[in-house]
Design a protein around this ligand. Structure first.
Ligand code: AMP
Ligand code: GLY
Length: 418
C-alpha cells in the first residue's frame, strides 16, 4: 500500500516511523515532511493548504491512503475531496471536524446531549461578554471560537487580563471567528487525554496520555503546542473510561449522526477529572502532538491498521492491543519558543551524538542545508522512549538529553515526574 502522510511535525515523523513497520506499507510519501521523515519516506513539497495539490500528488504517485496529522486539512475539507475520488482516508469531513474547529458547536452539542462539561455562555457582543465576566467567580475561562493555533484560551484570575482578552477576540486578533466569545465555568482537577478510533459502526479505545502545555518546568511560562507527554495516564481507570465512553463519546457520535454527518477518524477527548468525574474540556479530531509520539512508540505498526480499518469502516474487526508499558516524550525546542523562536541553528551535534538503543528521536521543524541539519523555528525534536514503567522510560530519555551541549535549545526537566 502506498501512503501519503500530511504534516511536518514530530507527530508526523512518529506516524511515518510506526506505519513504515507495517508489512502492508510498501512506500510512504510525506508532504511536506521534515528532515527526519526523509530517512523513511520521500518528501514531496507541495502546498498542503490546497486540496487540489494533494489530489494531484495522490494521482501522480498512485496513493492508496492518505494519513492526515494536523486539523487544518480536515477543516479545509480534504476528507470530502479524497472521498469524492475514492482515495482512502480516516478522518472527519469538513462538517464533522467542527468538533475541534468550533468550540461553540461542541458546547451546544454538550447541552443538547447532556454531556458533562463546564457551564458556559456564548456572546456575540463585546459589551455583553464584558458585563457577564464582571459577575463571574475567579479564575475566568475565556475562549475564542475557531482554530486559534493554541492561543484561543485564557485561564486567569486577573480581571484586567480577561477584559483585554475579550477585546482582542472581538478585534479579530485571536482566532478566526471574531464575533464570538465563550465564557466558561472553571473546572478544578487533573487533565487526561483519551484517544478513540471511530468509524460508521464502532468506537475503539486507543490509549491515554497526559501532556504538558506550558513552556517551562512546574507549569510556568507561556502556553505552547506541547512540551512533553507520557502514555498511559494513571488517572484513567476502567470505571472512568466506561463513563467517558457512555456519557461523552457515545452521545457525541449520536449527535453527529443525527445533526451533521457520521464522525469518522481519531477523536481526542481532552478531559478534566472534576471531583473524580470526567468532564469534557475540548475535542480534537486528530492525534495530539506530542501525545502521538508516546502513543506511536507503544502501538507501533498497529497505527496503520487503525487508519486502514477505520478508512474502510472495518474497525469492528480490529483489536487494538495497548502494550502493558509506558512511554514518554520530551520536546527539545529552540530557545525563545514560543514567543520569539530563532531559526537556522545548527543541530548536527544533537543528532550525531551516541544515544542508547531504545531512544527514538522524532524531528519537528528540521531541514537540511547541504549537510547541516537546521531548525525552522519552534519545536525541534521529540525525544521518545518506552519501558516497563514511566519512571524507567523517563530515566532513559533524560539520560540521553543530558548528553546535549547545544546552547540554542531548551527542554523541560519535569515531564513525567510527580
Ligand atoms: P482547550 O484549548 O479548550 O483545551 O483549553 C486549553 C487548556 O485550558 C486546557 O488544557 C485546560 O488546561 C485549560 N482549560 C480549558 N477550559 C477549562 C475549564 N473550563 N476549566 C479549567 N481549565 C480549563
Ligand atoms: N498537544 C495538544 C494538541 O496537539 O492539541
Amino acid at each position: 500500500m502506498k501512503i501519503l502522510i500530511i504534516g511536518s511535525g514530530a507527530r508526523e515523523h512518529a506516524l511515518t516511523w510506526a506505519i513504515s513497520q507495517n508489512p502492508r506499507c510498501t512506500k510512504i510519501y510525506c508532504s511536506p515532511g521534515n528532515a527526519g521523515t526523509t530517512k523513511l519516506a520521500t518528501n514531496v513539497d507541495i502546498d498542503v493548504t490546497s486540496n487540489d495539490q494533494i489530489l494531484e500528488i495522490c494521482l501522480e504517485y498512485s496513493i492508496d491512503m492518505v494519513v492526515v496529522g494536523p486539523e487544518k486539512q480536515f477543516e479545509q475539507g480534504l476528507t470530502n475531496a479524497l472521498k469524492e475520488k475514492n482515495i482512502l482516508v480516516f478522518g472527519p469531513t469538513k462538517e464533522a471536524s467542527q468538533l475541534e474547529t468550533s468550540k461553540s458547536f461542541t458546547k451546544i452539542m454538550c447541552k443538547h446531549k447532556n454531556i458533562p462539561t463546564g457551564n458556559y455562555e456564548i456572546f456575540l457582543k463585546e459589551g455583553d461578554a464584558q458585563k457577564f465576566l464582571s459577575a463571574q467567580p475567579k479564575p475566568f475561562v475565556i475562549k475564542a471560537d475557531g482554530l486559534a493555533a493554541g492561543k484561543g484560551v485564557l485561564v486567569s484570575s486577573d480581571f484586567e487580563e480577561g477584559t483585554q482578552f475579550i477585546s482582542s477576540i472581538f478585534d479579530g486578533k485571536i482566532g478566526i471567528e471574531k464575533n464570538k466569545v465563550i465564557i466558561e465555568e472553571y473546572l478544578e482537577g487533573q487533565e487526561v487525554s483519551v484517544f478513540f478510533a471511530i468509524d460508521k459502526n464502532t468506537i475503539k479505545y486507543i490509549g491515554s496520555a497526559q501532556d504538558y502545555k506550558r513552556a517551562f518546568d512546574h507549569d510556568r511560562g507561556p502556553n505552547t503546542g506541547g512540551m512533553g507527554a507520557f502514555s498511559p495516564s494513571p488517572l484513567l481507570t476502567e470505571k472512568n473510561l466506561a463513563k467517558i465512553v457512555n456519557e461523552i463519546i457515545k452521545p457525541t457520535v449520536e449527535y453527529m449522526r443525527e445533526n451533521v454527518s457520521d464522525f469518522s477518524g481519531i477523536l481526542y477527548a481532552g478531559l478534566i477529572l472534576n471531583k473524580g468525574e470526567p468532564k469534557l474540556i475540548e475535542y480534537n479530531v486528530r492525534f495530539g502532538d506530542p501525545e502521538c509520539q508516546a502513543l506511536c512508540i507503544r502501538l507501533g505498526a498497529q497505527i496503520l491498521d487503525i487508519y486502514f480499518s477505520g478508512a474502510k469502516n472495518e474497525l469492528s474487526n480490529l483489536s487494538i492491543n495497548e502494550a502493558d508499558d509506558s512511554a514518554i516524550t520530551v520536546i527539545v525546542a529552540e530557545k525563545g519558543y514560543p514567543k520569539n523562536p530563532k531559526s537556522g541553528c545548527e543541530l548536527n551535534d544533537i543528532v550525531n551524538a551516541k544515544y542508547d538503543n531504545g531512544l527514538k528521536i522524532f524531528h519537528a521543524g528540521t531541514y537540511f542545508e547541504n549537510t547541516f541539519l537546521r531548525n525552522s523555528g519552534g519545536r525541534i525534536f521529540s525525544f521518545t522512549a518506552r519501558s516497563t514503567n514511566l519512571n524507567k522510560a523517563r530515566g532513559i530519555v533524560y539520560k540521553q538529553l543530558n548528553k546535549i551541549e547545544n546552547e540554542n535549545i531548551f527542554y523541560r526537566t519535569d515531564i513525567g515526574s510527580d
